[in-house]
Each structure stands twice: as C-alpha cells, then as structure tokens.
Design a binder for this molecule. Structure first.
Ligand SMILES: Cc1cc2nc3c(=O)[nH]c(=O)nc-3n(C[C@H](O)[C@H](O)[C@H](O)COP(=O)(O)O)c2cc1C
Ligand SMILES: *[C@@H]1O[C@H](CO)[C@@H](O)[C@H](O)[C@H]1NC(C)=O
Ligand SMILES: *[C@@H]1O[C@H](CO)[C@@H](O)[C@H](O)[C@H]1NC(C)=O
Ligand SMILES: *[C@@H]1O[C@H](CO)[C@@H](O)[C@H](O)[C@H]1NC(C)=O
Length: 415
C-alpha cells in the first residue's frame, strides 16, 4: 500500500516536472501587456528593418499574446509605449482584462448547434427616431483609435478598413485617423459599415457640423462621440518613451449633455456617446434618446482607477435592469479573447470593441488584422458551441456566474 502511494507520488512528480519544462517558455496567462516594466525593445518599424516576414509571423498567431509579441518586436519603443500603455499606473488597463477571471460561464449541453453563427444585427435610431439596422458577421467591432499610420505607415487605416470589409465587421474610424476620412470612405466596400468617432468638444459647432457632413458624404453611418476626455489622460508610459509631452491639456472639458443633445438633433446620423462609466449616465443617455450607450474607459488610457466596463455592465444590470433591452450597449476595453467578448454579451452588450488588438495586428498589414479577427471569431464560435448556444444573441445573464464579481458592484445610493 505504502509503496504504491510512493510510486504514484514519484510518477506525479515526474509528470509535473515534464509539464513545467514543456510550458516554461509560455508567457504569463494574461500576456506581456500586463508587465508594467515593459518599455518595448529597440527596433525600427517595418519588415524590411526588422527582418520579420509578415506571412511567417502571422502564421504563428493563435491568440492575442502572439500579436502583442510581434508588435513589441517590430515597433519603435515610442510607438510601442504609446499604444501599449495606459494612464497612471495602468491599474484600469490591467483591471479591464483581469475582471473577466471573476466571471465564469454556465454551459449547457444537449442542443443542436450545427448551424451556429456569429451573425449580428444592431438597430440604431437617430435624433428624429428613425431607425437603421446594421448587420455584421460578428459582434466584434473595431473601436475607433487614432494614428494607424504610426504602427504601419505603409497601409495605415486603409489596411484596417479593408480588413474590416473582409471580416464583415463594423469599424469605428477615429477623427485622428492618419488617412483622411473621405479617402477611407472612398475605399470602403459597398455594404461595409463605417462609423465616425469625433471629439466635438475640441471645435466650435460650425466646425463640428463641417466634419460630420464630410463623414456623412463619405459614407459613415453613425457618430461615436467620445465623452471620457474632459482632460487628456496622464499617459506616463507614452511620455517616458518619447511620446507627446505632458500638456495637462484640458482636451474638451466644456463638453456637456446639452452639446451632445444638440449634435444628436442637428443632423441625421445616430449618435452614440462613447465612454459612459456609470449607471446614472447610462440612464441619462437612454432617457435623452441617444442611439446606443458605449461603455468604455478608453482602454485604461484616461482615468486611472476607472471601473472596468464589465463592472459598469453589472452596475447597470443591478440598478437599471432591462436597460440593455431598451437601448443597445456597446463595450470595449481589455477584450483580449473570445471568452471575454462572450461574457460581456451575456451581460447585455450587443457589440464588443477592440482597440489595441487592431493596432498591433496592423503592424503586419491588412493580412495581420484579418488573421487577428479570424482567430477571435473562430475561437468565439468554438466557445459559443461549448456554452451551448448557436448565436451570441441567445446569451443572457443566466449563462454566466458573476457571484465572485458581486463585490465590485457599487452598493451606495445613486447620485
Ligand atoms: C493607440 C490608441 C489610440 C486611441 N485613440 C482613440 C481616439 O482617437 N478616440 C477614441 O475615442 N478612442 C481612442 N482610443 C480608445 C479606443 O477607442 C478603445 O476605447 C480602447 O482602445 C479599447 O481598449 P483596448 O485597447 O484594450 O481594446 C485609442 C486607443 C488606443 C490604444
Ligand atoms: C440547420 O440547417 C439545415 C440546413 O438548412 C436545416 O436542415 C436544419 O434544420 C438546421 N438545424 C437547426 C438546429 O436549426
Ligand atoms: C489609402 O487609400 C487612399 C485612397 O485610395 C490613397 O489615396 C492613400 O494614398 C492610401 N494611403 C495609404 C497609406 O496607403
Ligand atoms: C457584403 O456583400 C457580400 C456580397 O453580397 C457578402 O458576401 C458579404 O457577406 C456582405 N457583407 C456584409 C457585412 O454584409
């Protein structure tokens, strides 16, 4: 009896050592982006300069940790610092992803999932109440992020837009895109959906209207209005790496709900406030008749210490249950795997956005972005079947156990 236990113990120890050796080269579970000391490795941008062959590199991408490693390898430190970094000590940036570990699925079996698809549709209304239905091949969308030309000057946003067309996903295009938004409109495919992101607080109203009219004429079909930049984020990593120096810039600190209401009503594209971070503001946005609510802390690049978007979803479900049936909710921030997206969808998100994953995969061009989104979509299909549903829209809060995250929900009086 004793010797048998000993044999088992020895066998187990040997197995453990073998397994440890096998996995020692793997990155930490959450990937290199959580290493606050990472300053990027020196290197010039570009396949030519780094000796990186894009096709070979892309062939080795299985998940976003691979994409991050490629980006860190090829980007100049200042660009790496700008994109990889967040604000402050990057607590919100890390928390955005970390919180998913506190939520687990409640999978069901015994269902016919042969026809599972990620097909998604979302209905947005404009200020006059006129509804438009948008369809996409996946609930994943590209969050608007600036300056794609800095991660890939060869293709910049042209690569992003074309990859979104191939994938059939909705793409947000930033006011600070490298390529003029009208040019991007001219390369978009017929049935592709592009939404325009604007910082209206940076301009007077005439200039805002001028921009909106350029976007509309170029084929953009909704406006994402960023509302979480009352002041420019304190982005130490970016600055340390040689990015724009701290300006203390009060980016758009005069932007009010009145301005947002004006923009909603003065033109006919649907308006989506981007950067809502409390149930109170979500309720105001619904009551004022905006097209959707976009929960985001800007990828942890604005207020450090901001709640993770998943936390805000839980807060909404507690204090304003049913809100996600009344107005579509979009979410982004730290969504770095298929399961992250599915958890947000189960909790009421209609579309789930990617910021850094798009920028970092674009280092390997349009094909890089296509591979990144394909991996994520294929993985989502796999996980969705394992959860037991055949479309993301069938998910609801009963498919997730959020008990361990309950302590993160605000429990005081509402403001
Ligand atoms: C390099 C970079 C630039 C960004 N620029 C903008 C911008 O110009 N306007 C905006 O609304 N959001 C911007 N964002 C925020 C994204 O829209 C999005 O909220 C965020 O990246 C989501 O988090 P993730 O990067 O973890 O996916 C930017 C994000 C990054 C990483
Ligand atoms: C799947 O699609 C096939 C072909 O259209 C159809 O015959 C079948 O009934 C579908 N199964 C389910 C579960 O919807
Ligand atoms: C992007 O496409 C536009 C429109 O075709 C073109 O004018 C521009 O040069 C392209 N930019 C890059 C960086 O490829
Ligand atoms: C766009 O149209 C093509 C051809 O009809 C189709 O294959 C593709 O799925 C469509 N894309 C979207 C996003 O609807």
């Amino acid at each position: 009896m004793f010797s048998r236990t000993l044999v088992n113990a020895v066998a187990l120890a040997a197995f453990t050592l073998r397994a440890a050796a096998q996995y020692q080269d793997m990155p930490p579970a959450m990937g290199p982006w959580f290493d606050i000391n990472t300053q990027g490795v020196a290197g010039d941008y570009g396949e030519a300069n780094t000796g990186v062959n894009a096709a070979d590199e892309i062939a080795g991408w299985y998940d976003l940790a691979d994409v991050w490693r490629t980006a860190q390898k090829v980007l100049e430190p200042s660009v790496w610092g700008r994109v990889a970094g967040g604000s402050g000590h990057e607590e919100s940036m890390r928390w955005n992803s970390k919180i998913f570990e506190y939520v687990t699925f409640r999978p069901r079996i015994g269902r016919d999932l042969a026809n599972a698809t990620l097909d998604t549709s979302i209905t947005l209304k404009n200020g006059a109440g006129v509804e438009t239905v948008f369809t996409a091949s996946s609930p994943i969308f590209f969050a608007p992020s600036g300056s794609h030309g800095r991660v890939n000057p060869d293709v910049a946003e042209n690569g992003t837009v074309r990859a979104a067309a191939t994938a059939g996903v909705i793409a947000g295009i930033a006011q600070y895109a490298t390529v003029p938004i009208a040019s991007l409109g001219s390369i978009k495919s017929e049935n592709q959906t592009l939404w325009y992101q604007i910082y209206p607080g940076e301009f007077d109203r005439d200039a805002v209207l001028e921009q909106v009219s350029v976007a509309k004429n170029a084929g953009y079909t909704a406006l994402m209005v960023t509302v979480d930049t009352a002041s420019e984020g304190w982005q130490s990593r970016d600055w340390r790496a040689g990015g724009d120096t701290p300006s203390g810039n009060a980016q758009d600190n005069k932007l009010t709900w009145d301005d947002l209401a004006w923009l909603k009503d003065v033109q006919d594209l649907p308006v989506i406030p981007k950067g809502i971070q409390s149930v109170e503001d979500a309720v105001i946005a619904r009551d004022m008749g905006f097209a959707a609510i976009y929960l985001s802390n800007h990828g942890g690049r604005q207020l450090d210490g901001a709640p993770a978007p998943l936390q805000v979803l839980l807060e909404i479900n507690k204090y304003a249950p049913g809100l996600s049936d009344e107005i579509p909710i979009l979410v982004d921030g730290g969504v770095y795997s298929a399961q992250h997206a599915l958890k947000l969808i189960a909790l009421g998100s209609k579309l789930v956005g990617l910021g850094r994953p798009v920028q970092f995969s674009l280092t390997m061009g349009q094909e890089g972005v296509e591979k990144m989104i394909k991996n994520l979509n294929d993985d989502m299909l796999v996980e969705m079947r394992q959860i037991g549903v055949s479309n993301p829209s069938q998910l609801n809060p009963k498919y997730v156990n959020t008990q361990r995250a309950a302590g993160f929900i605000y429990d005081g009086d509402l403001q």
